[in-house]
Ligand binder design. Structure first.
Ligand code: SF4
Length: 373
């Protein structure tokens, strides 16, 4: 049976002590740490793994005699990787700790076979002891974003897109863990995200916990229980358990799970609504595509020129006419009147077929979205 450790944790530095307490065994001279740096977000946003927690892990690794430490990540589609590393604090951490920071979008890869044909994973992962360090978050497409989901960030963009537009999201997330499985998963649950996560539309929640173990499914399942979510109700965790990746009902150690449980608000997996505006959520669309709408609105508010040009259009659509944004290869719609705007190249055929407005791009730029209003 797999064992999962739960520790009440208010300060990222405590993670060093937790690893010491359980005498976590690190095998190998090279360690790859995979945090969650999905966008260029600040450490206190809770959207990205707290770099101070990774610093505590590095301290433990160095003391354990690890010779080479690499922090690797491939952030979300079209995210400026350098900026994401800088804003999240990881660029500075790597410099100060003298460890390598690797953009996995550009790293050398090796080919593996998997359920959906062939996939390429970073070569470094096959040569390292691999530690997965996700956040504790809800997710509007997959219900939660934990260890299994964080592995998608090991892959190049072409495969990330395939998860959404070709393979159905939940199953490839589970299947990926057959191709590549962490030796250790350490979940940064000191401050989590609830509601419409995993990005800035979610809300921060002080969850004060760190969860870790060698079995990625077991760790994810316990995190779900800490969030008040039945792990069997999370499709990708359920599938991973069924295909034998790990144990969904593991043995527990450390602090009492009941004392640390919080009830996380669940995401609205169907749509985001603001008066008569609907942004339809869809597993077949990359989150960066649906999320680009938020960027377009933010840009309108920030730029006086765009504000003058587009704010009257937003007001008209949001308060009077109604508008729904939809994305992905199989876009979803809600009944209702108003304008329909298709976001992203995947939905262009659909827009043409039904005569809807469209913002092209992969994902569409905020400017393209504003032009489509
Ligand atoms: S257009 Fe959007 S949904 Fe399609 S691959 Fe690009 S980002 Fe993903």
């Amino acid at each position: 049976m797999s064992k999962v450790y739960i520790f009440k944790t208010k300060n990222p530095k405590q993670v060093y002590q937790h690893l010491k307490t359980v005498s976590a065994r690190i095998n190998g001279e090279t360690v790859l740490i995979k945090p969650n740096i999905v966008i260029a977000a600040k450490p206190h946003s809770a959207v990205v793994t707290d770099f101070r927690l990774v610093k505590a892990i590095i301290k433990y690794l160095k003391e354990s005699g690890v010779k080479r430490i690499i922090i690797g990540e491939s952030p979300g589609l079209n995210v400026d990787v350098e900026l994401a590393f800088k804003v999240s604090g990881f660029e500075r951490l790597a410099r100060e700790e003298n460890v390598q920071l690797l953009n996995l979008e550009k790293a050398e890869t090796v080919e593996k076979s998997w359920k959906f044909g062939k996939i390429r994973i970073p070569r470094i992962i096959t040569e390292s002891y691999y530690i997965n360090v996700p956040k504790l978050k809800t997710h509007m497409q997959t219900l939660v974003s934990l260890g299994l989901k964080n592995q998608k960030g090991l892959l190049r963009s072409e495969y990330k897109k395939g998860f959404h537009i070709s393979w159905g999201l939940d199953e490839p997330i589970a299947e990926l863990a057959k191709v590549v499985k962490p030796n250790l998963t350490i979940v940064d649950g000191i401050v989590g995200i609830e509601g419409d996560g995993p990005l800035l539309q979610g809300k921060k929640i002080k969850s004060n916990v760190c969860v870790f173990g060698e079995d990625i499914v077991a760790v994810d399942a316990i995190c779900c229980r800490l969030m008040g979510i039945d792990p069997f109700s999370v499709p990708h965790i359920n599938i991973a358990s069924k295909i034998g990746i790990g144990d969904i009902e593991p043995e527990l150690a450390g602090d009492d799970i009941d004392a640390l449980k919080r009830t996380f608000k669940l995401p609205n997996m169907d749509y985001f609504r603001m008066f008569r505006l609907l942004n339809i959520r869809n597993k077949n669309a990359c989150s960066m595509c649906t999320d680009s709408l938020r960027e377009a609105m933010k840009m309108t508010l920030k730029s006086p020129r765009l504000f003058i040009k587009y704010m009257p259009k937003w007001i008209y659509l949001i308060l009077f006419k109604g508008v729904q944004f939809t994305a992905g290869a199989k876009p979803k719609m809600k009944d209702g009147k108003g304008k329909v705007i298709c976001l992203g190249n995947c939905s262009m055929k659909y827009a043409e077929e039904f005569g809807y407005c469209a913002a092209s791009g992969c994902p569409p730029s905020p400017i393209e979205i504003l032009k489509s209003l």
